[in-house]
Design a protein around this ligand. Structure first.
Ligand code: ADP
Ligand code: MG
Length: 701
């Protein structure tokens, strides 16, 4: 035997790629790429497999520019004639491409430094939607590939996935990396469900679905794959919720509170109004919950201004009347402050001790509050997530109110539960949540809805005002002010605080010099100290100011019934539910109220959002409309940070699918509440791994 021939086993085969392998081990990923991928949230091979396209571009074969119609998705290939770089806003890089049949402008916003890659003479292939701009063809933010003189033509798939990309890593590069590793990773994908179950629900296996989502033979099949993965995710999530719910119902003990008529009457006497029917109904729900020896877990939904805070007050005072303590948690410092002020006003005639606890307070103040919490002298604490710190130890916390819980991070949400297991919890939200979504994020809670506004509220006339009518809009504001009313002028908060401040100051100065020169104008913004902000808001409340120019710090909590006009500047920059929340600041008195939306060059989506706000007064309609407007683009596989957030759960169109997964999950948990049967081992493992301490599963059974 010739010993110089290497034995085949001596050739080291590369280690098998595993789902949990760090991303460096994937083919085509060196240290630099790994670093870039991590920036996109891809740290392991599993993350890579789950990095779903946000869209697909459909091709009808390669065509020339002259053959393409506006608004078609297309791929064009040609030579760059000239480029221009715009370092100032809107920062962008433009390149003019010529393919012999015609020309097309390529524009990349927020990238002004591409001249090293793309130069006159460069040949490239660009994919994107062909648009008409000033009568010329243009592609905005196209995907592109450089084509060297000798480079082979890249294979043109009928459907090309478009991955969420950033400056460092283009969709095309991500696609290459995924495709280089796809087969190896698919081999590692485990199945969660039996073939019988999948068949019954007409779903693909996980392996098939992952394969199709990255390489769809058709859009219909991509949809089917997406639907399958959504079901798988929904099922796991609903199972986790069902287990948790089962746990709360059967395992946790809480102190029953005093909710009798004497206490109730004492609380009612603090209010200067009778409760609405809807409030009375919810109050009864809360009283019933608090009288039990297991913890309340209730979600309270109600539109802005529907009177939720009052019900939180009841719940907290029931705790205090029973010799216990209560806490109210808000997602931001400003909101905590505003809620503190509101609750403080309700309690001005009572002896209950209140305190505010936020991270931004001077240490001495915070420490004294923490002492009062520990010795039980503070009855009601209003706080940010500072409440979750280990150093905050209640003597006997009985009721916890969490406002806008979905605005807290995943970890914080999990902490809220685990820090205070036997506490009656009321979760409130003014962001109306469509039923489908409520089921996914709040599925383990009982639910109450306030579907009625306090009496005397006026509908708010909402209008879109074109830029050329701006003067008229402000004249209208001036007329209202002359009639003794007050107005809000709202500006968007921006990332850079300095600019936010400059915008707000400039807006105030312009108004003060112009159409509103006869009126008293105040200014609040996010960079102000609390005392200063409070002072301005208080002056506005007392009508020492006619106009409040504000960045979105007034989003929730301000309550001035005499303010009946709101102008929202740059309304195109706000999300729909945010617009709705803002609008809720007016229409709180008995006068007719107005909300005027000023927008500059709104996109179609922004127009649709504003139109929905004009059309619908109620938050629930608006929330449903919001989902429709956001559409597929934002919905397919938007990657959330943190594993506990569903990748596909924003597919709220899949109401039926969710209901199906929920029914299946409930059936499973009814039979095997702790998932101890061997056929459920995989599901149990996934839930503990992905949702960790967000589920009680880990500590049961
Ligand atoms: P939410 O927290 O749902 O936004 P609030 O509890 O802050 O609503 O109530 C909004 C405003 O309506 C407050 O000024 C509050 O005092 C008032 N209010 C609440 N309930 C009633 C009611 N039943 N009758 C009259 N006014 C009410
Ligand atoms: Mg409120």
């Amino acid at each position: 035997m010739d010993s110089s021939l290497p034995a085949s086993s001596a050739i080291a085969s590369p280690p098998a790629l595993r789902l949990e392998s760090p991303i460096e081990l994937a083919h085509g990923v060196g240290p630099r790429r790994a670093w870039q991928l991590r920036d996109l949230g891809v740290g392991t091979c599993a993350d890579l497999l789950e990095y779903f396209p946000r869209d697909y571009v459909e091709f009808h074969g390669q065509r020339t520019i002259s053959q393409i119609h506006p608004m078609e998705n297309a791929a064009v290939e040609g030579d760059i004639l000239q480029t221009r770089s715009f370092p100032r806003r809107p920062r962008r890089f433009e390149a003019l491409l010529d393919d012999g049949s015609g020309r097309c402008q390529l524009v990349w916003f927020n990238r002004w430094n591409m001249q090293e890659k793309i130069q006159p003479g460069t040949r490239l292939r660009a994919t994107g939607k062909m648009q008409l701009y000033n009568g010329r063809y243009q592609m905005v933010q196209p995907q592109y590939q450089l084509i060297g003189p000798a480079a082979p033509q890249p294979p043109t798939a009928a459907l090309e996935p478009v991955y969420p990309a950033n400056q460092e890593l283009s969709s095309a590069v991500i696609a290459r990396i995924i495709h280089a590793n796809l087969e190896a990773l698919l081999g590692q994908v485990g199945e969660w469900f039996s073939p019988a179950q999948l068949h019954q629900r007409a779903l693909l296996t996980r392996r098939e679905a992952f394969s199709v989502i990255h390489r769809p033979p058709s859009l219909a099949q991509a949809y089917q794959a997406r639907r399958s993965l959504a079901y798988h995710e929904f099922f796991i999530q609903q199972t986790a919720i069902a287990v948790r719910r089962h746990h709360h119902r059967t395992q946790q003990a809480a102190a029953a509170l005093r909710v009798d008529q004497t206490v109730e009457a004492r609380i009612r006497a603090l209010l200067h109004f009778p409760l609405t029917n809807a409030q009375n109904r919810v109050l009864a729900d809360i009283q019933r919950d608090l009288a039990q020896t297991r913890p309340m877990n209730r979600l309270l939904q109600g539109d802005v201004g529907s009177g939720k805070t009052v019900l939180a007050l009841f719940a907290m005072l029931f705790a205090v009347a029973s010799g216990g303590q209560a806490a109210f948690m808000a997602p931001t410092e400003i909101l905590a402050e505003q809620h503190f002020d509101t609750l403080h006003r309700y309690l001005s005639a009572s002896r209950v001790q209140m305190a505010l606890l936020t991270g931004g307070q001077p240490p001495a103040v915070r420490e004294s509050t923490i002492r009062g919490i520990a010795d039980g002298s503070i009855g009601i604490t209003v706080a940010t997530h500072a409440l979750l710190s280990d150093v905050v130890q209640f003597k006997n916390l009985r009721v916890l109110v969490v406002d806008e819980q979905h605005k807290f991070g995943v970890r914080q949400r999990a902490l809220i539960r685990s820090r205070h297991p036997g506490v009656h919890t009321l979760v409130m939200t003014a962001t109306p949540i469509p039923r489908t979504l409520a089921m996914t994020i709040f599925g383990d809670l009982d639910s109450s809805v306030i579907d009625e506004m306090p009496p005397g509220r006026q509908p708010i006339g909402t209008r879109m005002v074109p830029e050329n009518q701006r003067q008229k809009a402000y004249q209208f504001v001036a007329d209202q002010l002359k009639a003794g009313r007050q107005a809000y002028i709202v500006l968007p908060a921006v990332d850079e605080n300095v600019r936010e401040l400059a915008n707000a100051v400039q807006c105030r100065d312009e108004l003060a010099a112009g159409v509103l020169k006869d009126f008293r104008i105040g200014l609040v913004h996010g960079r102000m100290a609390r005392e200063q902000r409070q002072q301005v808001m208080e002056s506005f409340r007392q009508h020492q100011l006619d106009v409040l120019v504000a960045t979105t710090v007034i989003e929730v909590g301000v309550d001035v019934p005499n303010a009946c006009v709101m102008v929202i500047e740059h309304a195109q920059q706000f999300g729909l539910s945010q617009l709705h929340q803002l609008r809720g600041r007016v229409g709180r008195g008995t006068a007719a109220s107005w909300c005027l939306l000023l927008a500059q060059e709104p996109t179609d989506t922004a127009k649709a959002r504003m139109a929905a706000l004009c059309k619908y007064p109620g938050g629930f309609d608006i929330a449903e409309e919001d989902l429709k407007i956001r559409g597929m683009g934002e919905i397919v596989g938007t990657r959330q940070s943190g594993r506990a957030d569903l990748q596909f759960a924003e597919l709220l169109f899949d109401a039926k699918l969710l209901a199906m997964a929920r029914a299946d999950a409930l059936a499973l948990v009814a039979n095997d509440p702790h998932l101890i049967r061997s056929e459920h081992a995989m599901i149990r493992q996934i839930i503990t791994r992905d949702l960790g301490d967000a589920v009680a599963l880990a500590n049961v059974g």
